[in-house]
Design a binder for this molecule. Structure first.
Ligand code: OAD
Length: 249
C-alpha cells in the first residue's frame, strides 16, 4: 500500500485540477451508515419500497416515518471526519477545485470545501410537493408526520429519489468538471448508481488519472481507475497528505 500512497501523492502534486467524487463511504466514519454492504441501510429496507419517488408520492408518511426522521437524527449529529478534512486540505493546497458528492449530509461544506456539487440534492432543505417552496430542515416542525408547508402541501427532502432525474444543472456541471480535471479522486462510493458512476468514466476518457480510495474494489477498479488504495477514507487521506508534504516541501 505504501507505494500507492507515494504514487497518489506524486500524481496529486503534478496535478493542476483535482476533482473528487465522493459517496456514502466517506461519511461512515462520521457515524452515517452507507446504503450497501454490511450495516448498510438497504440491509434493513427494500430500496424500491422506500426510496422510490412513487412510494414517496403514494405514502409520504411511510417514507417520513421509516427513512427521513431517522436520517434527520443521524445527520444532525454528524460532524466531518479526516476524509472530509483531507479534501479541504487539498483545496487549501490549491490542488482540489470541486467535490462532486452523492451524499446529502452537507459534511463537505461543513468541513470547508467551497465548491461542492450535491449530485443527489441536500437533506439540509425540504421542499413542498405542491407549491415547491423550500424550507430549511432544522426549521421544520416535525410534530406532525409528514410535516406540511404553509400551503398545507406535504414537505419532502430536497434529495433525489430513485425514479427522479438528477437536477440538470448539477449533472451538466459535474460532466464539465469531470472532463476538465487531470486527477479524479473517487472516495467511498460503490460506483454502481448512475449517472454518478459515469463521472470517473468521463474523467478517464478525457485523459485524467482516476484514483480510488475504498476498503473494497468496485466496478471501476482495474477498468476505469488507475489504481485503488484499499482502506478507510480518513486514514488513507491522512497518509496521502503526509506523503504529499514530503513531495511539495
Ligand atoms: P454505497 O453505500 O453504495 O457504497 C459505499 C461505499 O463506501 C462502498 O463501496 C464501501 O466499500 C465504501 N466504504 C465503506 N466505508 C468506507 C470508509 N470508511 N472509507 C471509504 N470507503 C468506505 O454508497 P454510494 O456509492 O454513495 O442515492 O451510493 C450511491 C447512491 O446510492 C447514494 O447516493 C444513494 C444510494 O441509493 C440516492 O439517494 C439517490
Amino acid at each position: 500500500m505504501h507505494h500507492l500512497l507515494k504514487r497518489a501523492a506524486a500524481d496529486l502534486a503534478a496535478a493542476q485540477n483535482v476533482v473528487a467524487l465522493t459517496g456514502a463511504g466517506i461519511s461512515t466514519e462520521s457515524g452515517i451508515p452507507p446504503f450497501r454492504g454490511k450495516g448498510g441501510l438497504w440491509e434493513r429496507f427494500d430500496l424500491m419500497e422506500i426510496a422510490h419517488i412513487d412510494v414517496l408520492r403514494g405514502d409520504p408518511a411511510k417514507v417520513w416515518r421509516i427513512l427521513v426522521k431517522e436520517m434527520k437524527e443521524i445527520v444532525d449529529q454528524a460532524r466531518p471526519n479526516d476524509g472530509h478534512k483531507g479534501l479541504v486540505k487539498l483545496e487549501e493546497l490549491g490542488l482540489l477545485k470541486t467535490v462532486i458528492t452523492q451524499n446529502v449530509d452537507g459534511l463537505h461544506q461543513m468541513a470547508g470545501n467551497t465548491d461542492v456539487i450535491e449530485f443527489h440534492g441536500t437533506f439540509a432543505w425540504q421542499r413542498c410537493m405542491d407549491c415547491h417552496q423550500r424550507v430549511e430542515t432544522h426549521k421544520v416542525d416535525m410534530t406532525e408526520i409528514p410535516p406540511r408547508c404553509e400551503c398545507k402541501g406535504i414537505l419532502r427532502p430536497d434529495v433525489v429519489f430513485f425514479g427522479e432525474l438528477i437536477p440538470p444543472h448539477h449533472l451538466w456541471r459535474s460532466r464539465q468538471v469531470a472532463a476538465d480535471c487531470d486527477v479524479m479522486l473517487v472516495v467511498g462510493t460503490s460506483a454502481i448508481v448512475q449517472p454518478a458512476a459515469l463521472m470517473p468514466v468521463i474523467a478517464k476518457n478525457s485523459g485524467a488519472k482516476v484514483i480510488e480510495i475504498n476498503p473494497e474494489s468496485t466496478p471501476l477498479t482495474h477498468q476505469i481507475s488507475d489504481y485503488l488504495i484499499l482502506g478507510r477514507a480518513g486514514e488513507v487521506m491522512n497518509r496521502i497528505l503526509a506523503e504529499l508534504e514530503q513531495v511539495i516541501r
